[in-house]
Design a protein around this ligand. Structure first.
Ligand code: 13P
Length: 252
């Protein structure tokens, strides 16, 4: 499609990666340097413990975090503020991932507070939405995602440069299952309509990523779907070769 925002391929390392994993970022640096005309931007979101090292080592790729606290600072043991992230040179933060919604009971209202905090600090929010298998089977997928979008994205302060939406069907994460091209197209068109309803022309410029079992072998098909502006990749982002295979399939 013409007029689409530049694609983003982001890797979510989740709770994986000790200091030695930084060599994967070195390897990505080389691959990117060899392909100056890539049709996408790249980002890696490593665990918090190696964010600072990752920022220092990354060349021509962004480094994002996987969560944040909504407050500026204070008595919140173990949490990290958005200002602490920008202080490191981190440029984005994944918010509302289904694993945080499930493991930590995060609600869309809490996600929206974190998005406000990210905007306050100048971070891009990668806001995750997606239905469970039961919700899809009972025909509720579009409705669930509508509610998550409306609840997780604040109207004030949001524009095309500071949010990215990631559609990640929960049943496709880490399972090897992917929705049909028709279902991806339907959901991404639906999300585009919602964003245009909320943000008018800016809604056309917001990136909508697909996430859930993306790998080199399925990336071309998924990334070619209308309104798919890149990928949020879990398992296949841990090794530079696997991650770059996605770029090679879809954006080189
Ligand atoms: P997988 O690519 O491992 O399915 O994970 C997707 C995901 O949750 C990215 O945030």
């Amino acid at each position: 499609m013409t007029n689409q925002p530049k694609a983003l391929v982001a890797g979510n390392w989740k709770m994986n990666g000790l200091t030695a994993a930084i060599t994967e970022i070195d390897s990505l640096n080389h691959k990117i340097a060899n392909h100056p005309n890539m049709a996408c931007e790249l980002m890696i979101c490593p665990p918090a413990t190696i964010l600072a090292t990752a920022v220092l080592r990354a060349e021509n790729l962004e480094i994002g975090a996987q969560d944040c606290h909504a407050a500026l600072g204070g008595a919140h043991t173990g949490d990290v503020s958005t200002e602490m992230l920008t202080d490191l040179g981190v440029t984005a933060v994944i918010l509302g991932h289904s694993e945080r919604r499930a493991d930590h009971g995060e609600t869309s209202a809490q996600v929206a507070e974190k998005v406000v905090a990210a905007q306050r600090a100048g971070l891009v929010s990668i806001i995750c939405v997606g239905e469970t298998e039961a919700e899809r089977k009972s025909g509720q997928a579009l409705g669930v995602v509508s509610e998550q979008i409306a609840g997780s994205i604040p109207l004030d302060g949001t524009h095309a440069d500071n949010i990215v939406v990631a559609y990640e069907p929960v049943w496709a994460i880490g399972t090897g299952l992917v929705p049909s091209v028709a279902d991806v197209a339907e959901m991404h068109a639906h999300i585009r309509d919602l964003l245009k309803g909320m943000f008018e022309n800016d809604g056309d410029k917001m990136r909508i990523l697909y996430g859930g079992s993306v790998k080199g072998s399925n990336a071309a098909e998924l990334m070619n779907v209308d309104n798919v502006n890149g990928a949020l990749v879990g398992g296949a982002s841990l090794k530079a070769d696997d991650f770059f295979a996605i770029v090679e399939a879809a954006y080189l």
